[in-house]
Design a protein around this ligand. Structure first.
Ligand code: PBG
Length: 326
């Protein structure tokens, strides 16, 4: 009988060491960006109900949190502020003594090596919960840019290493780049949330940051989840305007977009593993339905395989711990 002709793929899967030798994608602790929520007040360590293991922290608890992350090898954090007072124009976003500005100063004083990224948006600071200036229930583009620039400059002044604008107004990279340059911060990079979809996966974050819109939704500024070409248009303009990093958000349902961006642009690419992606896994794990560690590592490896260079994830400390154990 003539021998069957076929290829033996299983040859390279026989042992753990052999599999490790031919593994194409690796997660490193350097890939991780850890999000932190800071609140005003003292002795606040409030767990976010929809995000077990994620806390709103007051500044007196911040050092312990950072110490733990740094000890685990995490190189970078992104900080979100939850102010006490909100108003129509989000003035706490660009106040010199705002909660985020204080947090940045404190982190940089205690951990000068830590790369501190400032999320630059207004929704956590506005009474209506929208990411810009509102008039007659419309979110106005250009007036919002002015406030965003003020926010970015105040964060850079406080010592932020990277400015990460997330409000999705047109021209936000151009405006912030110019504002930073004029204020003497030409050296501060911009990590643009270039490709941000209007996603239901942000639900738990809005609990964490008290930032749900009080009327309407964000569909006039965030992108339609059905669109792919629009992602190219958004990324093209941000690259032209001077972005130093591009971000795709959310990540899990948008791995195709991550791959597209990786293939077409040559900036470091960040995937935002958002709150809803975190909460779904936590809920299933707490029910004993899934193996949390295996699922998280598989998910994040998938994001890297799709083309992400960096991953912003609430699982950062867990992943850093698991990588250490390995
Ligand atoms: C601010 C902002 C949001 C997230 C990050 N920055 C919320 C939103 O657009 O409503 C979501 C992050 C997450 O879900 O983890 N605009």
């Amino acid at each position: 009988m003539k021998e069957l002709q076929f290829r033996r793929h299983r040859r390279l899967r026989q042992t753990a060491n052999l599999r490790a030798m031919v593994r194409e994608t690796h997660l490193h602790v350097e890939d991780l960006i850890y999000p932190i929520f800071v609140v005003e007040g003292e002795q606040v360590k409030q767990e976010v109900a929809s995000m077990p293991g994620v806390y709103q922290l007051s500044l007196d608890y911040l050092n312990d949190e950072i110490a733990e992350a740094v000890e685990l090898g995490i190189k970078s954090v992104i900080v979100f502020g939850v102010p006490k007072e909100k108003d129509e124009v989000g003035s706490q976003a660009y106040c010199e003594h705002g909660i985020v500005q204080q947090a940045i100063r404190q982190m940089k004083a205690n951990y000068p090596e830590l790369v501190v990224i400032a999320d630059t948006c207004l929704c956590e600071y506005t009474s209506h919960g929208h990411c810009g200036v509102v008039e007659n229930e419309q979110v106005l583009n250009d007036p919002s840019l002015e406030l965003l620039v003020k926010t970015a400059v105040s964060q850079a002044k406080a010592g932020a290493d990277i400015i990460a604008p997330s409000n999705m107004m047109d021209g936000f990279v151009a405006a912030i780049r110019q504002g930073l340059d004029e204020a003497g911060f030409a050296h501060v990079p911009i990590m643009s949330y270039a490709i941000k979809y209007a996603s239901a996966f942000y639900g738990p974050f809005r609990d964490a940051a008290n930032s749900a819109p009080q009327f309407g939704d964000r569909k006039t500024y965030q992108m339609d989840p059905a669109n792919r070409l629009e992602a190219f248009r958004e990324a093209e303009s941000d690259v032209r305007e001077g972005a130093d990093f591009l971000m795709v958000k959310p990540a899990l349902a948008y791995l195709d977009i991550i791959r597209d961006m990786k293939n077409h642009f040559h900036l470091p690419l960040v995937a935002y593993n958002v709150s809803g992606e975190y909460s779904m896994i936590k809920a299933a794990a707490q029910n004993g339905w899934i193996d949390e560690k295996a699922i998280v590592l598989e998910m994040l490896t998938g994001m890297k395989r799709a083309g992400a260079d960096l991953i912003l994830t609430y699982f950062a400390k867990d992943v850093a711990r698991w990588l250490k154990e390995k």
